[in-house]
Ligand binder design. Structure first.
Ligand SMILES: C[S@@+](CC[C@H](N)C(=O)[O-])C[C@H]1O[C@@H](n2cnc3c(N)ncnc32)[C@H](O)[C@@H]1O
Length: 235
């Protein structure tokens, strides 16, 4: 995602501070505790559709979900608002991008969302074995050159790391407009023995369309007439 300078970055960081998970790797194995700390009353200040009181944040029964590469956060914020009993981590490393997620979190007081403001290269450093219930990878950067295949978020070694940090029965879900990246991903999944439980080359015309939550990129590409690829594997 192209990064434009954010003139109001300091203000967004200040308003969004309660939703920030700056501790990063220190939270490995302790993410539920982080949510259980809660968000101070009155945080954000602009609560309109917030999740206050809807969840026992940090309860063992709540699902814990991660999106890697959240962009400006449309998908993860809308998902967190619609599922207030679950917990969501938006991981986004873009210096001028993740404050946008904080802005949305503060505006709608999304208490079951935390923003991990870093690029993740080794997921096991941030999450303990089986700590997550699911991982979302949405419109990940394609890294089109073959020599950069290892940087793709669906490269086989990364998939193996995701498999470790997702509990048995949890999932990895991936969607993209990019056919090359999708084919690469299916190959990598096969290479590590992952079998698709869901697979479609046209998500919006599929049986999963009704439950689909749009991302910023998805809205843009589907407006242009591009069909969306989607695959989900169960761990
Ligand atoms: C193409 S954008 C897609 C954004 C969003 N998911 C969407 O669908 O609209 C990819 C985003 O992933 C972020 N990103 C790429 N690699 C990442 C990593 N290893 N850890 C965290 N964020 C990453 C980029 O900064 C960028 O904002």
């Amino acid at each position: 995602m192209r990064q434009r300078g954010l003139r109001n970055r300091p203000r967004l960081l200040e308003e969004g501070a309660p939703y920030l998970a700056e501790e990063g790797k220190e939270l490995r194995g302790r993410w539920r505790e982080k949510f259980a700390e809660g968000v101070p009353e009155g945080a954000g200040g602009g609560a309109v559709a917030g999740t206050d009181g809807a969840a026992d944040l940090g309860a063992q029964s709540a699902g814990l979900f991660l999106e890697i590469g959240s962009g400006k956060g449309r998908f993860i914020c809308d998902t967190a608002l619609s599922r207030p009993v679950d917990l969501f981590i938006a991981c986004e490393g873009g210096y001028h991008i993740y404050p946008r997620i904080l802005q949305k979190a503060a505006k709608s007081d999304i208490r079951n969302l935390r923003v991990l403001p870093q690029y993740i290269y080794e997921a096991r450093d941030f999450f303990a074995d089986g700590e997550l219930d699911g991982i979302y990878l949405n419109f990940s950067d394609p890294w089109p050159k073959d020599k950069h295949g290892g940087r793709r978020l669906t490269y086989r070694a990364k998939l193996e790391a995701y498999r470790d940090i997702v509990r048995p029965g949890g999932f990895i879900a991936f969607k993209t407009d990019n056919d090359m990246l999708f084919d690469f991903t299916l190959g990598e999944m096969e290479a590590v023995g992952m079998v698709p439980e869901r697979l479609t080359r046209d998500l919006h015309a599929s049986e999963w369309a009704a439950e689909n939550v749009l991302t910023e990129y998805e809205a843009k590409f589907s407006e242009q007439g591009k069909s969306i690829n989607y695959v989900r594997v169960i761990i």
